[in-house]
Design a protein around this ligand. Structure first.
Ligand code: NDP
Length: 400
């Protein structure tokens, strides 16, 4: 019997929905590169229902209890007295989602002598100290591709919202106003603008494809170059440095993982190389950016807008300056946890658990760390080390 600790975000303030806005989800069996969506032997949930919150339990309880495993589900994850800390001593598997991450620091890993696997029900395992996991031989997995397209849609939405000044204009309508000049004094078209993605992986490439029909000029920076056929199809300009990309782009979007090589890549010095009035969209990880440098750049006008859904730490304390800085389109971390995405990552988590308990190999594309080293997708996209420093700040959050 194994103990599985699953950290999920809180239920809706008014309880679980009695009815959903829609009755079904479109059926998607493959991602754009041909990879199949998750293939567990079975699922015990209704796709389209809330699965990522505590009562949703990622639809795992029936399956795990039928195999005599113990499942503990909690949202209490920060501070020394958290349920997560109390349950770690005999946990074999910890599952959490990046939206409400269980920061698996070296200290926590040291408190969990039986821990064998850490599962990210989503994409992005930077909330785990990967170095500590490697040192202890713990497997780290995530559900690659499960919400990449969901995030790309959020990037497009935020780009349009910022450039067209949608959010302030919507607020004016809500407040009973009609002053059009106030709405449009910061409103532009994206047509003809240059947009560049830092990383053209699953999300970054999807963003480029989605923005192409707006007649934007497309740029990218990545460690590996895309196939020539893709560059030609999308008329892409490839950059080998952040400086070269930011000097020409009106919109910059960050789509790389957070790891020691990318932490704080956007800072006061690199922001000086942006065009004045650029828009920066970050749905990748908050810590890719220096928090205060972003606030300063918005105040000075170096950036015309900043948007996204990722913060550091998460949840962000009430006084986090990104909540109140000017010209921003921030949301809590939601882009990868639409009901559509939840169905995929709940199924992917089930697939990973089935493989683990049945002694079958976990798909290479789901592996980040295995056998003491970066593995699978992790070996391609991450660098060794730790990016969790400062996560204890999350304990300062109080539910509004
Ligand atoms: P992929 O692994 O498909 O893409 C990541 C890309 O980042 C790869 O192309 C990789 O390049 C590139 N990369 C890594 N390091 C660098 C670097 N130093 N400079 C430039 N490029 C780099 O992942 P996804 O596109 O699916 O996801 C990307 C990230 O988005 C995730 O790691 C996660 O942090 C975030 N995310 C956010 C979500 C949300 O809800 N907001 C949900 C899902 C993901 P190469 O392959 O050439 O090494």
């Amino acid at each position: 019997m194994a103990k599985i600790v699953c950290v999920l975000y809180d239920d809706p303030v008014n309880g679980m929905p009695k009815q959903y806005a829609r009755d079904s989800l479109p059926e998607i069996t493959r991602y754009p590169d041909g990879q199949t969506t998750p293939t567990p032997k079975a699922i015990d949930f209704t796709p389209g229902h809330l699965l990522g919150c505590v009562s949703g339990e990622l639809g795992l309880r029936k399956y795990l209890e039928s195999k005599d495993h113990q499942l503990v589900v909690t949202s209490s994850k920060d501070g020394a007295d958290s349920v997560l800390d109390r349950e770690l001593h005999d946990a074999e598997i910890v599952i959490s989602q990046p939206f409400w991450p269980a920061y698996m620091t070296a200290e926590r890993i040291a408190k969990a002598p039986k821990l064998k696997m850490i599962v990210t029900a989503g994409i992005g395992s930077d909330h785990t100290d990967l170095q500590a996991a490697m040192d202890r031989g713990i497997t780290v997995t995530e559900v690659t591709y499960c919400n990449s397209n969901s995030v790309a849609e959020h990037v497009v939405m935020t780009t349009l919202a910022l450039v067209r000044n949608y959010i302030p204009s919507h607020n004016i309508a809500n407040e009973g106003g009609w002053n059009i000049a106030d709405c449009v004094e910061r409103s532009y078209d994206v047509e003809g603008m240059h947009v560049g993605t830092v990383a053209a992986g699953r999300i970054g490439l999807r963003v480029l494809r989605l923005l192409k029909p707006f007649d934007m000029k497309l740029h990218y920076l990545d460690r590996h170059r895309l196939p020539e056929s893709v560059e030609r199809e999308l008329n892409l300009t490839y950059h080998t440095s952040l400086e070269s990309l930011t000097r020409v782009c009106d919109v910059v979007t960050l789509n790389c993982p957070l790891h020691p090589e990318t932490e704080h890549m956007i800072n006061a010095a690199t922001l000086k190389n942006f065009k004045r009035g650029a828009y920066l969209i970050n749905t990748a990880r908050g810590k890719l950016c220096d928090r205060d440098a972003i606030v300063d750049a918005l105040k000075s006008g170096q950036l015309a807008g900043y948007g996204g859904d990722v913060w550091f730490p998460q949840p962000a304390p009430a006084d986090h300056p990104w909540r109140t800085m000017p010209h921003q389109g921030m949301t809590p971390h939601i882009s990868g946890t639409s009901l559509s995405a939840q169905a995929r990552y709940a199924a992917g988590t089930r697939e990973i658990l089935e493989c683990y308990f049945e002694g079958r190999p976990i798909r290479d594309e789901y592996l980040i760390v295995q056998g003491g080293k970066l593995a699978g997708v992790g070996a391609h996209s991450y660098s060794a080390g730790n990016a969790t420093k400062g996560s204890e700040e999350a304990a300062r959050y109080k539910r509004a």
